[in-house]
Ligand binder design. Structure first.
Ligand code: AMP
Ligand code: GLY
Length: 430
């Protein structure tokens, strides 16, 4: 098969790596990455200089190159309707149509679907009018969570601890329009307390097959402090959501949404990711993503034993029964450029990846790199996701950090505590 992976991050490198190992792919060169990165190139995949949001360019390429399966990584092409457009062109694509992708593209849409489907989530109100939002704030409990409705590259959520902070956030979104049209509508919601976890399911119609749980680390510094990032590391499984609870959790937070979408005439296909807060009252949905999470994808695919291409095809055809994963734990530690998530330099030379990759159970995924001659240079804020398997969380963590130490990149920043919430829970203190 000839397969097109769309995107350029660590998730897409992991997808290319796993897809190139499928029995359905004869030659790694039959895997195309648009635009890909230094890591997809190192897998022997063919990088194609088309951006992930160039829907016309991607469809034209897929037709010309007789692509059998398109796999969009990030949310933007999905919300722009890449799956609808590929289907119209007769090309199978793994992901939801533009209607279903609104679950991620519009937080108000997601809230409305959750209410209709009876899914547990934070109590919320939706506003398009600044004065009404301000009036609502006057007697809202603190802290209060303010969210821009549309896509805002992970920056559209503010947890306001004071009314002044909340007013500032509302003003930034609705008046100053720091997120453009994404902030024309806002969601104001109840602050939830608990431990976060990601539940990803492969879905078709009303059927959801859960992957093992994973836990992201969103803030830039140890101890969950500092500004939010795209994710500084992840591990799977997360003890807060053990395998024994995957089925019941999916039937609480994923299946009702699939049924509601189907009732509206839209059958969901692809990964549906529920970002959950495990509260004292049970799991509540913080958000939906309509794709694999990044960095959750890297440890999850390291654990996957099922042939990913067969699983995606079976999912599209509505035949997927189960997914098998190793009982080993996987951890991914993100190495970022100094300054991320603020301003950071690009073009920093990276060394030591071949040495790290030789360690048992280790795979270094590239999030933002490019090849220049025989040098590998950083090309993004998140640069690498150093991923390792181990028998148990402590072993996986030790393996991953040993690999991190083999890699040199001037000013590299990474968290030292990836997996620690899980370790505390396993030790009975969490
Ligand atoms: P989101 O983009 O909706 O996942 O929000 C980003 C992050 O903000 C989440 O990962 C949570 O850490 C936090 N967050 C979002 N909504 C809430 C909420 N209602 N209560 C507490 N934290 C929240
Ligand atoms: N890791 C969170 C996300 O992909 O949105």
């Amino acid at each position: 098969m000839r397969i097109l992976v769309i995107g350029s991050g660590g998730r897409e490198h992991a997808l290319v790596w796993k897809i190139a190992r499928s029995g359905q792919v004869k030659d790694p060169g039959d895997v195309f990455a648009a635009p890909g990165n230094g890591g997809t190139l190192a897998e022997g995949a063919t990088n194609v200089p088309i951006n992930a949001d160039d829907i016309d360019g991607l469809v034209a390429f897929a037709k010309r190159e007789r692509i059998d399966l398109a796999v969009p990584g990030p949310e933007l092409p999905l919300t722009l309707g890449i799956v609808d457009r590929m289907r119209d062109a007769g090309i199978a694509a793994f992901g939801p149509d533009a209607y279903c992708a609104q679950l991620e593209g519009s937080k108000a849409f997601a809230k409305e679907i959750m209410a209709a489907a009876g899914v547990p989530t934070a109590a919320s109100a939706i506003f398009t009018d600044l004065a009404a939002a301000k009036a609502h704030l006057a007697d809202a409990a603190l802290p209060v969570v303010i969210k821009a409705d549309g896509l805002a590259a992970g920056k559209g959520v503010v947890i306001a601890r004071t009314r002044e902070e909340a007013l500032g956030a509302i003003g930034d979104m609705m008046e100053t329009r720091v997120f453009g049209t994404a902030g024309d509508r806002i969601v104001m919601e109840e602050f939830l307390e608990g431990e976060e976890v990601s539940l990803l399911c492969l879905c078709h119609g009303t059927r959801a097959v859960p992957l093992p749980s994973a836990q992201d680390h969103k803030t830039v510094f140890d101890g969950d402090t500092g500004p939010n990032t795209g994710g500084m590391g992840a591990y799977s499984p997360a003890p807060v959501l053990p395998d024994s609870k995957l089925g019941t959790t999916a039937s609480l937070v994923v299946e009702p949404v699939l049924r509601e979408l189907e009732r509206r005439g839209h059958s969901y296909t692809g990964v549906l990711y529920a970002g959950l807060m495990i509260t004292r009252d049970g799991p509540k949905v913080l958000e939906y993503n309509v794709r694999f999470g990044d960095p959750e994808c890297e440890p999850l695919l390291m654990r996957l034993e099922t042939d990913l291409v067969l699983a995606m095809k079976a999912c599209i055809d509505g035949r997927l029964e189960r997914i098998d994963a190793t009982s080993q734990t996987a951890i991914g530690v993100v190495m970022a450029a100094k300054g991320y998530p603020g301003a950071y330099a690009k073009g920093i030379p990276i060394q030591g990846i071949p040495e790290a990759d030789k360690l048992p159970g280790v795979k270094v995924f590239h999030c933002g790199t490019r090849r220049e001659g025989d040098r590998l240079l950083s090309a993004g804020g998140r640069v690498l996701c150093v991923t390792a398997l181990g028998s148990g969380l402590a072993m996986a963590k030790a393996n991953a950090y040993q690999a991190v130490e083999r890699i040199t990149m001037d000013g590299a920043h990474y968290r030292h505590d990836i997996g620690d919430k899980g370790l505390r829970r396993l030790q009975g203190a969490g």
